[in-house]
Design a protein around this ligand. Sequence first.
Ligand code: KG4
Ligand code: ZN
Length: 340
Amino acid sequence: MAIALGIETSCDETGVALFCESRGLLAEALLSQTNHAQYGGIVPEAASREHVRQLPLLLKTCFQRAGIESAQLDIVAYTAGPGLLGALMVGAFFARTLASEWRLPAIGVHHMEGHLLAALIDNPETQPPFLALLVSGGHTQLVDVASIGAYTVLGETVDDAVGEVFDKVAIMLGLGYPGGAKVATLAERGDATKYHFTRPMLRKAGLDFSFSGLKTQVRYLIRDLGGVEALDAQKRADIAAAFEQAAVESLVQKTIRALHKTRRKCLIIAGGVSANTLLRKQLQRTTAALAVSLQYPKPALCTDNGVMIAYAGLVRYRLGQRDAATIAIKPRWPMSAINV
Ligand code: KG4
Ligand code: ZN
């Protein structure tokens, strides 16, 4: 049974994991870079340097936690794209160097395929075909999965990704960066009916999303109410709740459309925003009514991590993927361009 080392460095999380096909997760080490908070967003150059610093330390921690040695590994999997160029480069060099030193195959993984397959780690009986809603800080996509590796992107955002907008609203509400989960927590105390935002793209046909108009509506509302400093805690919570409701409803309505279109009987949600409780609840209700089964990763596997990359690497290895021994990264890499 093969064991993979997984390395994730596409953005501002440095993730390393050791995953065994038969025993499951052996060890994981994850560092979410906090040094970007003061800038209200990711500073790519700083992210790359932090990956350089952290990777050797996290690797050592992983081997210690797992109690295994490099000789027991079968593959080294790493995120080859999409993501920040410099950050991807660091992970690819690190992984490729280890693989050549240990004489192992290095497998370049598509970050969004990693997110998607994370939903299968604890649900191995779930197999394609299914529909996937992939929602993260960089992507908002509805993907039809005929089989692993055969992906058709049915719809995607025409502007901001939904996670990105959660992060921007968090900054507007004074919650700091990254703030998606903080907006969700604040929204729990709010009344979503106090303010109304129009639902992006719902009147438009098709399966694409748009979130920048919603972001602008939130910005104007806060401005019209006298700025964030003028808002008491309840008002901030009400705005967070109304925003979350509008964003989630857009995701849910488009997903229902895609389910009708594809007639798939299984829906997978993955990526950082799939940790959102309101989204999960609303999709649970909807899929139950449509007799569609719903699967998602446990919360720790929704956001970026090395486990999903190790797991996806093993899946790809079993599918026969063997990469040339070159350092090839793809900062832009559509999912539909993945080759089995
Ligand atoms: O998948 P991920 O870790 O990184 C990317 O590949 O982009 O997703 C991170 C995104 C961030 O935008 C973060 O604000 C959002 O996921 N996020 C959430 C929640 N937890 C993380 N958004 C809404 N509700 C949450 N509970
Ligand atoms: Zn991600």
